[in-house]
Design a protein around this ligand. Structure first.
Ligand code: APR
Length: 311
């Protein structure tokens, strides 16, 4: 049977995710936004690319009408606004919280069995909002962060060593942002840990570039943030779920004691399949790695406390 995906927010990340879902033949797509005409226009444009890209996926766009998302197997939520001049972090957080809560409730009403992939920032905090607004169990709320961060790390490793990206593997834990925790000893090239292939100084430089990966792109684009790699990352997660292929990927998941962390969405390796998060994989961490993860968890906890204060 054909699968169905909804993408909420038809901006840069959302529209590119819709394109990737359709061009990979993964699902029919409903693209929803509050903007008049934009989702319908982008959906039609993508449909007209179908004959050339050789897919028969049905792509529809809707403005504020969630009927289009009815019965979706998977929903990727990218809705939100970027920070505008004069806006404080709290203003941004409270606006995006409101948007996330509203769209999640709308989605839950028409697609009660869907698995939600959250993309809007601040990511880990938005996962909490979606979890509470949807009432869905924890296996069906997953945040996209680690797949993107580890893809960035892999791209930098491949550039550094002049090897194929396909030979690279990288592990990144923690929250999405300054406190993320790349794990060099679990990051490999053709199975060889990068700690045997690069000096500690070069590894530190790549880790730092990965941490600032989002900011580096914003600095270059000036208007807007990254969307090619973020949409690829969200669609890799969607593919693992839609195909039930039990892929282990770093994602933000709600921890209930795993890694000694309770009631917090944070990036950890998870097994993604037809039921969403099917398992949280606990890997052994050194003391320093555990301390870095705890530090990252503290930063996410502060954001969650801000959500409670603002709601
Ligand atoms: N319902 C639906 N769509 C909404 C709503 C809402 N209530 N509020 C805003 N949107 C839409 C906007 O109209 C816009 O089209 O969300 C879209 C966001 O698109 P962009 O501004 O292009 O942002 P984008 O680059 O796609 O990033 C989206 O993903 O990576 C994160 O930090 C990024 O939080 C941001 C999100």
């Amino acid at each position: 049977m054909r699968k169905k995906a909804a993408v909420i927010g038809a901006g840069n990340v959302g529209a590119t995710a819709a394109m990737r879902l359709a061009e990979k033949g993964l699902a029919d797509v409903a693209l929803i936004d509050i903007l008049e005409g934009v989702p319908a226009g982008k959906a039609l444009d993508l449909t007209e690319a179908g004959p050339i890209e050789k897919h028969d996926m049905k792509i529809v766009g809707a403005t504020g009408d969630y009927e289009a998302a009815r019965g979706s197997d998977i929903v990727i939520i990218t809705a939100g606004i970027p920070r505008k001049p004069g806006m404080s972090r709290d203003d941004l957080l409270s606006t995006n919280m409101g948007i996330m809560a509203t769209v999640t409730r709308e989605v839950a009403a028409v697609a009660p069995d869907a698995i939600l992939i959250i993309v809007s920032n601040p990511l880990d905090a938005m996962c909490h909002v979606a979890y509470e607004a949807s009432g869905f169990p924890r296996n069906r709320i997953i945040g996209m962060a680690g797949v993107l961060d580890s893809a960035r790390f892999r791209a930098f490793i491949a550039m550094e060593l002049n090897v194929s990206v396909e030979n690279t593997h990288a592990f990144v834990l923690g929250g999405h942002g300054d406190t993320m925790v790349p794990l060099p000893r679990y990051s490999t090239v053709a199975g060889i840990p990068i700690t045997e292939l690069m000096s500690p100084e070069r590894i530190d430089a790549l880790v730092e570039r990965t941490r600032n990966g989002g900011a580096e792109i914003v600095g270059l684009l000036k208007t807007g943030s990254a969307y090619y790699a973020p949409s690829s990352a969200a669609v890799e997660m969607a593919e693992a779920i839609l195909k039930d292929n039990k892929k282990i990927l770093p994602c933000a998941a709600l921890l209930n004691g795993e890694y000694g962390i309770h009631d917090l969405f944070i990036g950890v390796p998870v097994k993604l399949g037809g039921n969403g998060v099917e398992e949280i994989i606990e890997i052994k961490l050194t003391e320093a790695e555990k301390a870095a993860l705890d530090h990252s968890a503290d930063a996410v906890r502060k954001l969650v406390a801000d959500i409670r204060r603002l709601s």
